[in-house]
Design a protein around this ligand. Structure first.
Ligand code: NZQ
Ligand code: ZN
Length: 385
């Protein structure tokens, strides 16, 4: 097991009716910047619950944060945060609203060019507004981590930064808020969390039993409850288990003591920025192809996954690996996320631009062995045509 430092100061309020705890988390008379997306919270009762809980505060609203939050949109909120003498930012929505709000929290305290926050990977962040979240889409883990992914639409750059200063002070996770999710977003959430677990699991063994067995249990939850969420409209237990699984998948717990990959995410972000696919749609395409490309290096963990999670016990090692990759693809397809570029009308012509963007973003040697070059990424995508 590798060395690690574990730090997670975010307080989680989980369960039905927990939006009311906003009253305890945000002091009366505070000035709150309430950030949200395209309006789903106004149709599913979440907005009303939030406004009710904040009845003793002054609320300044900033709506319209789009999926894959745009830098161009977020900097408008930064000006509002500065002018309105805000005490706290409350993000209400999915990963995009939370990530966008992390950027706003940091940029509103930053004196230079706001884009520096991205180019330094968060290194220039020395102060940030306090942030709280009400999560409505289990997927990214952003509600309990230090990361944020921002897109500059003008230049098709989708890049991330991280800082302990933008970790949410608290997050509210009420599974009932997810009842209004359309199937496409349920699928995206399940596939995204699945791939987050895999980015921290499907590498090479270092005898880190806690992280490995924890990852395997979370994968089993997704395999079991992901399809259930698509067919059962308002099953509280299914939604509750998915919500906490997605949070645990990327709140810093699984990476303790293990090598991590993250190449699927790096390649996927370029596909989103260039061609507009949803985040998890890109992951379902890239990850199985990457596994095929790197199956020799990942063989031990692929076999461990095959046996412990998928219960594949018959056949040679190569057959087990092939079955494990195929079953993973079948799961993504069952959830509604196809595993080929062709499913999104993209051909081999789409690949060179991805390679160029990876070079521009200095993603020159990614993966757990830092041996996936932009040319390798192009070859991986060729396996996913
Ligand atoms: O904007 P509204 O109207 O709220 O609608 C959203 C949006 O259209 C809708 N939605 C959210 N909750 C809903 C709902 N619709 C009905 N009922 C609800 N309860 O879902 C759509 C997608 O929302 P979005 O926030 O974009 O989805 P997600 O949570 O998947 O976030 C994706 C973003 O997070 C980044 C991705 O790259 C992408 O930009 N990621 C962030 C990470 C992190 N911070 O650690 C890690 C991830 O790997 C990921 O990269
Ligand atoms: Zn992701």
């Amino acid at each position: 097991m590798n060395n690690f430092t574990y730090f997670n100061p975010t307080k989680a309020h989980f369960g039905k009716g927990q939006i009311a705890t906003l009253k305890e988390e945000i002091a009366a008379n505070s000035r709150v910047l309430l950030t949200y997306g395209g309006g789903s919270i106004k149709h599913n009762g979440v907005y009303d619950q939030v406004i009710d809980a904040l009845s003793e505060c002054t609320v300044v609203e900033f709506g319209g944060i789009e999926p894959n939050p745009h830098y161009e949109t977020l900097i408008k909120a930064v000006e509002i945060a500065k002018q309105q003498d805000i005490d706290v930012i409350l993000a209400v929505g999915g990963g995009s609203v939370i990530d966008g709000s992390k950027f706003i929290a940091a940029a509103a305290c930053y004196e230079g060019d706001y884009w520096d926050i991205i180019t330094t990977g968060g290194g220039c962040v020395t102060r940030a507004f306090p942030l709280g979240c009400v999560l409505t889409l289990p997927a990214t883990g952003s509600e309990m981590n230090r990361n944020s992914v921002v897109t500059r639409a003008a230049t098709q750059d989708k890049l991330s930064f991280g800082s302990d200063l933008v970790r949410p002070a608290f997050s509210i996770l009420d599974p009932e808020t997810t009842y209004s999710l359309p199937p496409r977003q349920i699928a995206n959430g399940v596939v995204d969390s699945f791939v987050h677990i895999m980015e921290q699991y499907m590498t090479y063994p270092v005898n880190a039993k806690v992280s490995d067995r924890f990852a395997e249990s979370l994968l089993l939850n997704l395999l079991e409850d992901g399809p259930e969420a698509l067919t059962k409209a308002e099953d509280y237990d299914v939604r509750a288990n998915l919500m906490w699984t997605a949070t645990m998948a990327l709140n810093g717990t699984l990476k303790n003591g293990v090598p991590t990959d993250w190449a699927t995410h790096a390649i996927g972000h370029e596909l989103t920025a260039l061609y507009g696919l949803d985040h998890a749609q890109t992951l379902a395409i890239v990850m199985p192809a990457l596994w095929r490309y790197k199956k020799a290096q990942k063989k031990h963990k692929l076999l461990q996954y095959a046996e412990r999670v998928l219960n594949i016990t018959a056949g040679t090692d190569d057959e087990k690996v092939a079955q494990a990759i195929k079953k993973t693809e079948d799961f993504f397809i069952q959830m509604g996320n196809p595993v080929t570029l062709a499913a999104y009308n993209l051909s081999a012509d789409a690949i060179p631009a991805v390679k160029e963007k990876l070079i521009e973003h200095r993603h020159l040697a990614i993966g757990e062995h830092q041996d996936i070059t932009p040319q390798d990424a192009a070859e991986i995508l060729t396996l996913a045509l």
